[in-house]
Design a protein around this ligand. Structure first.
Ligand code: SF4
Length: 239
């Protein structure tokens, strides 16, 4: 029997993908695989609990045991929008280790919850998960917007993860994603100032060690410069 493994991140796309996989294949051979970065919003864990209860499939949790900033410390590198080693160490590698131990590539399909607006990522993700076969249920029609997926959770009596209602496009790493842009970090400063402060503190520690690096960049006169969170906050507060 083919094993169906959904990369179940706590995001709404992977939830909707799991719904489609369950509708098509049932839940007997369904695995909901969650890689815990240890810095997720607490409400993400509540959502995972509600979602797995509704599907009646236990959650399979893998973890590296470090947080993103602990990975940056160990790698002597500060993650940013272009290169985020945290994603490899905290998500891809633990999931791959689990697949190596539990899933025969000849009889397993891995499902990823990106939607049709992110279809350009498909070839890279396929290459990344080889030799396992990958499918992208939310790239298939009917194409749903994020809002429609959120409405589907409510229709099933499940409250969506609160970060969406708080204005975040993604429910990952508690909003402190190093791949997020300046706009989200400003939103993060206003919404969760203590999380912003924690990220700023960690960024400053890496800067003390590595020099003028930053999660964010800005362009001035056609030249790209690091934009530390401390400076972003200073400007926001001055304004
Ligand atoms: S969500 Fe962002 S910060 Fe978290 S592991 Fe992925 S890339 Fe890193």
């Amino acid at each position: 029997m083919t094993l169906h493994v959904v990369q179940f991140s706590g995001g709404i796309g992977s939830w909707a993908a799991a719904q489609r996989v369950a509708a098509e294949h049932g839940t007997d051979n369904l695995t909901l695989l969650f890689a815990d970065t240890l810095v997720e919003d607490l409400d993400l864990y509540r959502f995972l609990q509600d979602a797995t209860t509704q599907l009646d499939v236990p959650l399979t949790v893998v973890r590296d045991g470090r947080t993103p900033f602990e990975v940056f410390r160990d790698q002597r590198f500060l993650g940013n929008s272009r290169i985020a080693p945290c994603s490899y160490w905290l998500k891809q590698k633990p999931c791959r280790d689990w697949l190596n131990a539990h899933a025969d590539p000849a009889d397993t399909i891995v499902y990823v919850g990106i939607d049709h607006t992110e279809a350009h990522r498909v070839p890279g993700i396929e290459r990344g998960w080889a030799p396992w076969k990958t499918r992208f249920p939310m790239c298939d029609p009917p194409h749903l917007t994020k809002e429609e997926m959120l409405a589907q959770t409510r229709a099933l009596g499940i409250e969506p993860p609160r970060l969406y209602a708080l204005g975040y496009r993604h429910n990952n790493c508690g909003g402190s994603c190093v791949r997020a842009g300046k706009k989200q970090w400003l939103h993060h400063l206003a919404t969760f100032p203590e999380r912003f402060a924690a990220a700023e503190h960690e960024e400053e520690r890496r800067r003390a060690e590595l020099g003028d690096v930053a999660i964010l960049k800005e362009r001035r006169n056609g030249v790209s410069y690091p934009l530390p969170l401390r400076e972003l906050r200073r400007r926001a507060q001055a304004a």
